[in-house]
Design a protein around this ligand. Sequence first.
Ligand code: SF4
Length: 212
Amino acid sequence: MKKRERIEIIKKELFSIYGDREIELDHENNFQLLIAIIMSAQATDKWVNKVNQTFFQHLKTPQDGIEMWEEAIREHIKRIWLFRWKSKNIHQTCLDIVNIYSWEIPNTIKELTKLPGVGIKTAKVYLWVTTNAPYLAVDTHVHRTLNRLWIVKTKLPLQTDKAAEKIFTDDDTAKLHHSLVLFGRYHCIARKPKCKTCPLLHVCPYKKKNLD
Ligand code: SF4
């Protein structure tokens, strides 16, 4: 079966399961969304949400982040992996949004990735949620599932990102991104993929399937 045909089957199956699901990071506004995505690097959404139940009561605007200072941010997020690096970036991001971008969070990948702690994946996820931009942001789940499904053959997420940009150009790309994230998070998991009950088993060429 050709790759394009397999992609259409993958989309159909995944959209029927995950197509209507929204991002799992809790937030009340776009600013909090951006901060939550920064915090979620190498941390689970569930854990970020738990920490943000209290943190976001104090952090609703960039001005709150500026007034809180880095030390207080660090105290709030100290149970998150890489909290020192992230608190520094969150504080500087608040300063940059106010001082450089006049309170407006930028809405291009180029400008967003100039903010501290905002990489290409963070920028694409943010733009997907806020503008439905057709980006396939590549995190560890997307990288893994696309490789197992032989849609790409890459070693690093950045390589997958570049390859995916050429393959996925349709309007439903953002929807596919989120479906792949959830599929990788809950089904095609890293250690023991649930191949026996996988809706993509018939199109998956992965050689180390877990069929026990
Ligand atoms: S069959 Fe297994 S490896 Fe292939 S996509 Fe499904 S869960 Fe992942």
